[in-house]
Design a protein around this ligand. Structure first.
Ligand code: FUB
Length: 343
C-alpha cells in the first residue's frame, strides 16, 4: 500500500474512460476541494492527503494531514497551478493534528482560510488564518474560533453581504458528542452520542460571521433537514441524513445545502428560502465515488456551474484522494441533475 507522491504522475493514464472526469492534480494527493472565484480567477482550497501510516479506523485517524496548498485556474479548461504550501500545522498555535477539509472567503480585499484541526486534547475545532491575497501567505489566529467545534467549515457569502459558516460532521468529526453547542462525551465508540434511529438526525450547524470574519456573531444553531412531508430526516435514514461536508450555494433565489451522507456515500442536497432553513431534502447531486469519503463544492464560473469533488483514481487508497471537476446542471424545475462519477 501507499504510493509515494513521486510515483503518482507516472502511474496515471492520460485519460481513463471508466471515469466521468480526470484528476486535476497528479503530483500531490488532494481532497475536499472548496472552489471559489476571486477577482475573476478560480481558486481551489483542498485538503492535502499524505501517507502517514496511521491505521484506518471509523474515526478517520488515517486522514492525518499536515498542511494546505492553494491551487488556481484562469478558466475551467485551464491547467491548474499549484500556488504552494500556504499553511502548516506547526504554524497554528492551537492545532496538534489532522488538518481536514478547509474553505476560504474574501471580504474587503482580505482573504480568510478556515480549517478544522484537532487540539491538544484531540478535540476538533475550527480555526481561521488571514492573508492579503487568495494564495496567502496566511497567518493563523492564535486560538480557534470561540464556540467552534467539529469539522468541515464552509463559509457562504449571501447576496446581502452577510457571511455564514456551515460546519459539522458526525463520527470522526465528533458532532455526535455535542448538543446545543455543549460537549458531552457519551463514550468512545464511533457512533456513541448519535440519536436513536427513529429520532431526528443531527443537522449541520450554522453561525453568522462577525464583521471582521474572525468570530461567530451569534450562538451557532442546528439546521433542520426535512423530508417531503415536512418531517425531520431520521438518524436511521442514512441514505439521506447529513453526515459531513456541508456546502451552500444560492441559485435563482433559493439556498441549496449539499452534504455527504457518509456511510452511504452520496452528495445529497436540500433547499430552503433562507440560509437557516429548515431545508427540504431534494435528491442526489453526486452518486458514490471510488473511496469511502465524498466531499465537494459547487461554484458558478461565468454563468456555468461546476461541481468539484474527489475520488481515489490515482491511488486506490481511501485516504489518498485526487480532486476532479465536472459541469453541474440546475434543471428548469430547480432540481439538480444527478451526476454519476463513473460513466
Ligand atoms: O478529508 C478529511 C475528512 O474526510 C473531511 O473533513 C471529510 O469531509 C471527509 O472528506
Amino acid at each position: 500500500s501507499g504510493n509515494s507522491e513521486t510515483e503518482i504522475a507516472t502511474e496515471v493514464e492520460e485519460t481513463d474512460s471508466n471515469y466521468l472526469s480526470q484528476p486535476l492534480i497528479t503530483d500531490n494527493f488532494t481532497a475536499d476541494p472548496s472552489a471559489h472565484v476571486f477577482d475573476g480567477k478560480i481558486y481551489i482550497y483542498p485538503s492535502h492527503d499524505i501517507e502517514s501510516n496511521v491505521p484506518q479506523d471509523d474515526l478517520g485517524s488515517h486522514f492525518n494531514m499536515m498542511d494546505y496548498h492553494v491551487y488556481s485556474m484562469d478558466s475551467p479548461s485551464a491547467t491548474l497551478v499549484d500556488e504552494g504550501k500556504v499553511l502548516a500545522v506547526e504554524d497554528i498555535p492551537w492545532a496538534k493534528r489532522q488538518l481536514w477539509a478547509p474553505d476560504a472567503a474574501e471580504k474587503d480585499g482580505k482573504y480568510y482560510l478556515y480549517f478544522p484541526a484537532k487540539d491538544e486534547n484531540d478535540i476538533f475545532k475550527i480555526g481561521v488564518a488571514v492573508g492579503n491575497t487568495p494564495t496567502g501567505p496566511f497567518t493563523a489566529q492564535p486560538e480557534a474560533i470561540k464556540g467552534s467545534y467539529s469539522i468541515d467549515p464552509a463559509v457562504f457569502e449571501d447576496s446581502d453581504g452577510s457571511y455564514y459558516m456551515y460546519f459539522g460532521g458526525i463520527w470522526g468529526g465528533q458532532l455526535q458528542k455535542y448538543r446545543n453547542n455543549k460537549f458531552d462525551d457519551k463514550g468512545s465508540a464511533p457512533t456513541d452520542g448519535l440519536p436513536a434511529d427513529d429520532e431526528p438526525a443531527l443537522g449541520p450547524i450554522i453561525a453568522k460571521m462577525s464583521d471582521d470574519m474572525l468570530e461567530f456573531a451569534e450562538t451557532p444553531k442546528e439546521i433542520k433537514i426535512l423530508d417531503e412531508n415536512g418531517s425531520p430526516l431520521l438518524n436511521g435514514d442514512n441514505a439521506r441524513r447529513f453526515f459531513e461536508a456541508a456546502w451552500v450555494h444560492k441559485y435563482d433565489g433559493k439556498y441549496y445545502l449539499s452534504y455527504s451522507t457518509g456511510d452511504t456515500h452520496f452528495i445529497a442536497y436540500a433547499t430552503a428560502d433562507n440560509p437557516y432553513g429548515p431545508f427540504t431534502y431534494q435528491g442526489v447531486v453526486l452518486n458514490p465515488v471510488e473511496g469511502w469519503t465524498n466531499h465537494h463544492s459547487i461554484v458558478e464560473v461565468n454563468g456555468d456551474w461546476y461541481l468539484f469533488y474527489h475520488d481515489t483514481q490515482l491511488s486506490g487508497e481511501t485516504h489518498l484522494r485526487n480532486i476532479k471537476m465536472t459541469k453541474l446542471t440546475h434543471q428548469a424545475d430547480g432540481t439538480i441533475q444527478t451526476i454519476d462519477p463513473n460513466n
